[in-house]
Ligand binder design. Structure first.
Ligand SMILES: [Zn+2]
Length: 190
């Protein structure tokens, strides 16, 4: 069976038009206490999850699926990319500097780009490029991580005003509201 991908394992919709590659990298992160494991914890699961991520990216962008071969030495750079991306989404004043090396074929009806390099560099190149494109189209502000700090699932906010803060209002939103109302009750009874 094909790997469902890191975002779909959380029951979330993929960010559109290639931005899913950044979301998929973010969603390889483990969620403590929920049974959601670190997909960049070992080579086998990193390969499965990145193969699924790259296949979805190719489908969304109309590109050929790049062959990405990951080894043990790619795990640390990928985890660093993920953690840096996450910090950057949480703090809009933080900078994010990455190098993207691409082979680009320009056509009259669009551009086809494939990442150069091997392993983690290919993923980094794709993620960086898609973030640049999304920053131009206004989609970047819709890529968010859940406001529940124990969760931090990456989701695409397709709501008209881009006002969502929870990856799922029923789980993370309700937990937070319950905690807040309990705290208010404690304050009142104190
Ligand atoms: Zn959440």
């Amino acid at each position: 069976m094909a790997d469902p991908g890191s975002t779909r394992r959380l029951g979330l919709d993929a960010a559109p038009e290639g931005l899913s590659i950044a979301q998929d990298v973010l969603n390889t992160a483990p969620i403590a206490g929920s049974g959601v494991s670190d997909l960049l914890g070992d080579v086998a699961s990193a390969r499965c999850s990145m193969d699924a991520a790259v296949a979805l990216w190719a489908e969304q962008t109309g590109s050929d699926t790049p062959v990405v071969t990951l080894g043990e030495s790619d795990l640390e750079p990928l985890r660093e990319l993920r953690d840096e991306l996450r910090r950057w989404l949480l703090d809009p004043t933080a900078g994010l500097g990455r190098t993207a090396t691409l082979a680009v074929a320009l056509r009259r009806d669009g551009a086809i780009y494939t990442p150069d390099g091997i392993g983690a560099d290919q993923i980094t190149g794709l993620v960086t490029t898609e973030l640049v494109i999304a920053s131009r189209t206004g989609r970047l502000r819709r890529l968010k991580t859940c406001a529940n700090h124990a969760c931090r699932a990456a989701f695409y906010d397709g709501s008209p005003g881009a006002t969502r803060t929870w990856h799922d209002v029923k789980t993370c939103g309700n937990t937070a509201n319950l905690r807040a109302s309990r705290a208010r009750r404690r304050t009142r009874s104190a």
